[in-house]
Design a protein around this ligand. Structure first.
Ligand code: PLP
Length: 227
């Protein structure tokens, strides 16, 4: 078996095992394969292996890649930091946006063209670090943002997204996100989805209720140099 297929199989088995261990149905978990820095050809190979969900984090790279792959039947997830002025362009090709973290971005994404009636699925990203430059909203802002996003026409607020900080205990960090989601849902129109878990911590994320995993290197191998 080629290496890519083997790595994909290993992760699929790992996800299924973690789900069963947590008493969850593996089919309730979407694995988004993160293809940033990799060429369109790799996305085609993954598609041929049955992958349907792909994640990209940089607009200038994702836009031409998605255009080149327009013939594939794929769901595109945008997972990187997003400038409000690029929101309209990303909205045009991304089916799901995981990195919504402020009011200006919600407003920019909501502004639909005349006659445009498609609904975009979004996650609110939460910052688990002390560094405001990392992207993601503060815990204290989430209820207000959920209220806004959840009532904005054209947007469907699926849930919360987060990245466990380097060096942290991921299970504990993901538990904080799960608890935050439960608390905010008592008063705001927030969906139950959780986009948590990457190559190194997806089992912990599944144990805390992940519905969307964003897995790159464990499947694609190391990313090419990106200077
Ligand atoms: C790159 C990236 C991932 C995938 O990371 P791996 O460790 O390669 O699995 C997941 N989420 C975000 C936001 C990323 O930028």
């Amino acid at each position: 078996m080629p290496e890519l297929a083997e790595r994909l199989e290993t992760v699929r088995a790992g996800v299924a095992h973690a789900a069963r261990t947590a008493g969850r149905d593996p089919a309730s978990i979407t694995t988004v394969v993160v293809t940033k820095f990799h060429p369109a050809a790799l996305v085609r190979e993954l598609s041929a292996l049955g992958v349907t969900d792909f994640g990209e984090s940089r607009h200038q790279e994702a836009q031409p890649k998605v255009a080149e792959l327009a013939d594939l039947s794929a769901t595109w997830h945008f997972i990187g930091q997003l400038q409000s002025k690029k929101a309209r362009q990303v909205r045009a090709y991304a089916d799901v946006i995981h990195s919504v973290d402020r009011e200006a971005l919600i407003e920019a994404l909501a502004r639909a063209e005349a006659g445009e009636d498609d609904v975009h699925q979004i996650f609110l990203q939460i910052n688990l670090t002390d560094d405001p430059g990392r992207g993601g909203a503060e815990f204290s802002e989430v209820e207000r943002l959920a209220e806004l996003a959840g009532t904005t026409p054209g947007l469907e607020l699926l849930g919360l997204m987060a990245v466990a900080p380097l060096g942290s205990e991921p299970r504990r960090e993901f538990a904080r996100i799960r608890e935050l989601s439960e608390k905010v849902r008592e008063g705001a129109p927030l969906g139950v989805a959780l986009s948590i878990g990457m190559s190194g911590d997806y089992a912990e994320a599944i144990a805390e209720g992940a519905t969307h995993l964003r897995i790159g290197s464990a499947i694609t191998g190391n990313r090419p140099d990106h200077g």
